[in-house]
Design a protein around this ligand. Structure first.
Ligand code: FRU
Length: 487
């Protein structure tokens, strides 16, 4: 293993190799998801199509599965699927980012890629100081940090929870949105404006009609699509009735008319979840050269221990998803390029009547399973995946209330138990299609072409490879396709 470009300072080559070896020998390493070489991965950052490549960075703490001093780790790809490992992108090597190069985004200008991030600094009394900072990447891939922050401190009335700049081109110059917390301890988003990406003027707080008790908004992302304005963010501290399902934190969005950039008002009022699963946070989008809006999320959550921690690593990103709008709501679907991973195909039309149907041909751990319903009059239709004698993850559709739910109570090694083992979502006109991506320790389930999706980590035994279909109170006829995915 060549670690020259990935090895952080402050650790010897031998010690670092030791850490990496432990991780490589871990069970549950993913086969086609972006995951850390060592330590902890969290938010996707700086996403862009630049100079003939997709560029992706992620929040990285190299030394263990905890939220320590963060780096940006850098990868690039021609196709969003096969990634070249470029190692450390940004290290916490300045006084203003000494305690973490926190999340941010990118913008192309004059042949350069501007990388905006939050400098996290703790003073001698361990008091946090947040600033918004810049690094610039050129076509050779050289990344140079500016030596002083662009925005050295939060504006009046805002606490030091001031982070995650996302930049876009507005009607009159560039705009930046950051997540923030008011001194009244409520979450908000702030807007800055610039003509040259370097000098930023504070415009004010974004005004939205949505009322929430969230205490902090992390990772805001504003964009326009199909004539709508969309504000995505991770509002921390939603009340149960605001959220409905019970993850510690979640990612959601407001959709409305495009933001008024003069008055900084946005009329998005209805809050919706982006993903109904257990493990999804800090998503970021970008527009690619084909005009698609692509989203990556962190398939994990803050403040929760995961079973891989004991092997020295934690988390992965989601697969790349294309974001579109239908009926005034976001739809997320795997990008077309996911088909590049497909190898052997098994397909069959199955008919299940009042009993379990175990199909040995649809077994595996790394696969894509497409289930298209031809006839569905069962009261309950279930697909149990990654099953062995003791373990299974169940996707259950109930026609009576048109609810789809994912049950991970018996998925394998348990974790995050305090947050329940069931996640559900309503479907507008019943279940028509399920597309499931299974990797060594995750499932991503796209229902009705992105009407809802569920992302979840699971930690089953290697023997958990079976797929079982069950219909109760009626029957189901479905066309099934399963592709093994190249790893
Ligand atoms: C979200 C987050 C961001 C922050 C980063 C630090 O997961 O807390 O708000 O910039 O992670 O790693």
């Amino acid at each position: 293993m060549n670690t020259a470009h990935t090895k952080p300072d402050g650790i010897s080559e031998e010690e670092y190799l030791e850490l990496a070896k432990k991780v490589q020998n871990s069970p549950w390493r993913q086969s086609y998801h972006i995951q850390p070489v060592t330590g902890l991965l969290n938010d996707p950052n700086g996403l862009a199509w630049y100079n003939g490549f997709y560029h992706l960075f992620y929040q990285w703490f190299p030394f263990g599965p905890v939220h320590g001093t963060k780096y940006w780790y850098h990868l690039r790809s021609k196709d969003l699927i096969f990634w070249e490992d470029l190692g450390i992108g940004l290290a916490p090597d300045q006084n203003f980012d000494s305690h973490g190069v926190y999340s941010g985004s990118s913008m192309k200008k004059d042949g350069l890629l501007y990388l905006f991030y939050t400098g996290n600094h703790r003073d001698d009394n361990w008091v946090r100081h947040s600033s918004q900072c810049l690094a610039v990447m050129d076509e050779e891939g050289r990344i140079q940090k500016e030596t002083t922050p662009l925005i050295p401190k939060p504006p009046d009335g805002i606490t030091e929870h001031f982070r995650d700049p996302k930049v876009w081109k507005g009607e009159n110059g560039y705009l930046m949105i950051t997540g923030a917390q008011k001194i009244s301890q409520t979450g908000t988003a702030l807007i800055y404006q610039s003509a040259d990406l370097k000098r930023w003027e504070y415009r004010g707080e974004l005004s939205v009609p949505w009322k929430t008790k969230a205490f902090m908004w992390e990772c805001p992302d504003y964009f326009e699509a199909d004539g709508y304005g969309i504000l995505m963010m991770c509002p921390q501290g939603l009340e149960t009735e605001e959220s409905g399902n019970s993850n510690i934190y979640e990612a959601g969005y407001l959709i409305g008319n495009p933001m008024n950039e003069d008055t900084l008002t946005f009329d998005g009022n209805q809050y919706e979840k982006l993903d109904y699963g257990f493990d999804f946070y800090a998503p970021q989008t970008f527009l690619d050269h084909l005009g698609r809006r692509i989203l990556f999320g962190w398939m994990g959550l803050p403040e929760i221990s995961y079973p891989t921690d004991r092997y020295g690593w934690a988390h992965c990103l989601t697969i790349p998803r294309e974001l579109t709008i239908a009926d005034g709501r976001i739809r997320l679907n795997p990008v077309k390029e996911m088909e590049l991973l497909r190898s052997e195909l098994v397909c069959e039309t199955i008919f299940i009547d009042e009993e379990s149907y175990r199909d040995v041909r649809f077994y595996g751990r790394h696969y894509e399973l497409m289930v298209q319903l031809i006839k569905q009059n069962a009261g309950i239709f279930e697909i149990s995946v990654r099953q062995n004698k003791q373990e299974q993850t169940v996707i259950r559709y109930s026609s009576k209330d048109q609810m789809i739910c994912v049950d991970r109570s018996a998925s394998g090694e348990a974790f995050a138990k305090d947050y329940g083992s069931l996640r559900k979502a309503g479907l507008k006109s019943g279940l028509k299609e399920l597309r499931i991506f299974s990797d060594e320790s995750s499932l991503e389930i796209f229902v009705n072409q992105g009407e809802v999706c569920f992302s979840l980590r699971i930690f089953p035994q290697e023997s958990g490879i079976e797929t079982v279909f069950t219909a109760r109170e009626g029957s189901v006829k479905a066309a099934i396709q399963k592709w093994n995915l190249k790893v």
